[in-house]
Design a protein. Structure first.
Length: 95
């Protein structure tokens, strides 16, 4: 990856800090696939298997991106998204 591409992936942060992505889905194989793509693009991924865990992780890591499934057990994506918004302003990515 070129230096300019790397700067875009990392948001141009000093020291080339990696971006944080929260990946939320109850299907572990899908989380693994999404995480591998994110890691390849320079993200540190933080998986969560349900909405409650996602809100907890979002509060602790302040993610740069949130990739989540809308239909999952517990707090579903529609309900957990506003709760995550209360602690971070990362854009949602819905696969």
């Amino acid at each position: 990856m070129s230096e300019s591409s790397q700067a875009n992936v990392t948001g141009g942060r000093a020291g080339r800090a990696r971006l944080r992505a929260l990946v939320v889905d109850d299907e572990r194989p899908l989380v693994g696939i999404v995480s591998s793509y994110l890691e390849r693009e320079g993200f540190d991924d933080h998986p969560a298997s349900d909405g409650e865990q996602a809100v907890e992780i979002a509060r602790s890591i302040d993610p740069d991106r949130i990739v989540h499934d809308l239909l999952r057990p517990g707090i579903h994506g529609v309900a957990s998204s506003p709760r995550m918004r209360s602690c971070c302003d990362a854009p949602d990515v819905l696969p």
